[in-house]
Design a protein around this ligand. Sequence first.
Ligand SMILES: NC(=O)C1=CN([C@@H]2O[C@H](COP(=O)(O)OP(=O)(O)OC[C@H]3O[C@@H](n4cnc5c(N)ncnc54)[C@H](OP(=O)(O)O)[C@@H]3O)[C@@H](O)[C@H]2O)C=CC1
Ligand SMILES: O=C1CO[C@H](CO)[C@@H](O)[C@@H]1O
Length: 277
Amino acid sequence: MTSSVPRAVLADGTSIDRIGYGVYKVPPEDTAILCSTALDTGYRLLDTAALYGNESGVGAAAQTYLETGAREDLFITSKVWNDDHGFDATLRAFDVSMHLLGLDQLDLYLIHWPCPSKDLYLDTWRALERLRSEGRVRSIGVSNFQQAHLERLLAETDIVPVLNQVELHPYLQQRELRSFHEEHGITTQAWSPLGRGNVLDDPDIARVATGLDRTAAQVILRWHLQHGILTIPKASSRERISSNLDIFGFELDDAQMAVLDGLDRDQRFGSHPDRVG
Ligand SMILES: NC(=O)C1=CN([C@@H]2O[C@H](COP(=O)(O)OP(=O)(O)OC[C@H]3O[C@@H](n4cnc5c(N)ncnc54)[C@H](OP(=O)(O)O)[C@@H]3O)[C@@H](O)[C@H]2O)C=CC1
Ligand SMILES: O=C1CO[C@H](CO)[C@@H](O)[C@@H]1O
């Protein structure tokens, strides 16, 4: 049950694995077994959301883990969905998620999307601040926030989000947002770190991977790691889940990093934050 995933330290002092297992589109009936597989192979961070409909499977895998493992070794992230923006609705949504997860305390709770047209994300954030002050969640952050949303949050609320989880992969490198995060002590975590699988067939990445005798997925995840970007790749087989974690025994040199750095084309495979909610 030991894990050697290196950790980063969030601005609130909490440590977080540099790579975790994401469960979007993992069917509810398969979630417990696939999360247990991930935990067996060394992952300790599981990334879910109310939207995914599989929090109870994540919770079941966590309970199995806790029969022999320590709570402080596990890191569970969930997110408040767009329909539950607003102070009271967010507190209610959190209770539902915690009931499904079967946990007393969550490690990280995120606002899933800013939903600018609803204009409620400041109230939603104040609910997360409340949950943190009550000790129900250790760390609070956001997802899909652009610089303008973050600036408003920083100006008008008390706690700086420790992390922003955004779409990020070699075709969408988010350089400006990453610099803004760095200036403000906000950790960058990549969703769809493999571009939902769409970046895996890139011929330049394939050449780097062949030269290193590694998979394209490992090369991409290693590129994130060397840039200090946390990742939460999703995969559906033990073999892929395990090989995606096997990224600590090799390095990309400067030329190989430059190949992936050169692939940025501002291409999204998910939605643009201005058009959600
Ligand atoms: N905050 C947000 O708004 C969002 C958060 N997320 C989070 O990020 C996580 C990851 O993002 P996701 O969109 O799933 O995309 P990923 O970039 O993680 O790509 C997942 C896809 O890549 C395939 N894949 C994974 N590993 C390999 C491999 N070694 N070889 C070949 N194919 C591979 C998977 O196939 P297969 O499953 O068949 O193995 C799947 O089709 C989500 O699960 C979720 O937790 C995702 C989207 C939005
Ligand atoms: O987490 C998520 C998974 O992917 C969905 C479809 O792109 C997103 O809407 C959502 O934010």
